[in-house]
Design a protein around this ligand. Sequence first.
Ligand code: ZN
Length: 228
Amino acid sequence: MKKLILLLLIYLSFSCSSDKINDEEIICTDSQLGVNCPDTDYIKNSDSQYVLPWEIGKIFKVGQGNCTDGSHSLGQVQYAYDIDMPIGTNIVAIRSGIVVKVIEKFKDLEIGTVGAIDEANVIHIKHEDGTEAQYLHLTYNGALKNEGDNVNQGEVIALSGNTGKSTGPHLHFHVMQALNECEDTDPRENYTWYSCNSIPLTFKNTSEHCYGLLEKDLKSEGYTAESY
Ligand SMILES: [Zn+2]
């Protein structure tokens, strides 16, 4: 019996000390800014398996971040990013995978015009866990890989552009949850377009971003892709 009490005491002392560690506050400078999705749990960027979709050494700014009042408001694109970049910028894979969809037949829009939502050039890359990265608004003939190709993280896969529902040259990208984990969280009754959700992303090769990448009005210097 004494042994049992001793074991219990040891167990209790261990569980108390681990609670103490969990209670430590995570300090994040972003928390002082007006972040868009305050209730979302973003993975600490040093623990993320994703890299920024541009080449190491390059710096780009976020035109539209997550959970906006604009086109990134609901399920499928809630956790999308729009990156301002000139037409023809090299896009790299944020994670390794297999190319499952390519569209590159649409012409880039003239400045001041906006195209149709289904006329964007795209490349989709499925990851080993079933999630899928979707890169949109590529330039005409801007996919550098074919369906079925395996791509490595950081490999150049496409050239950015200004096709589809776009108001200027930029890359829109998001990662969809795996099909078998699809949840319809769209509040509109019988509305099935957003049947799969995007997932919150952070990136291991840039500066701290506890609430996802911040838009350029909060982060005017943009984000540098660092080596990893
Ligand atoms: Zn977008």
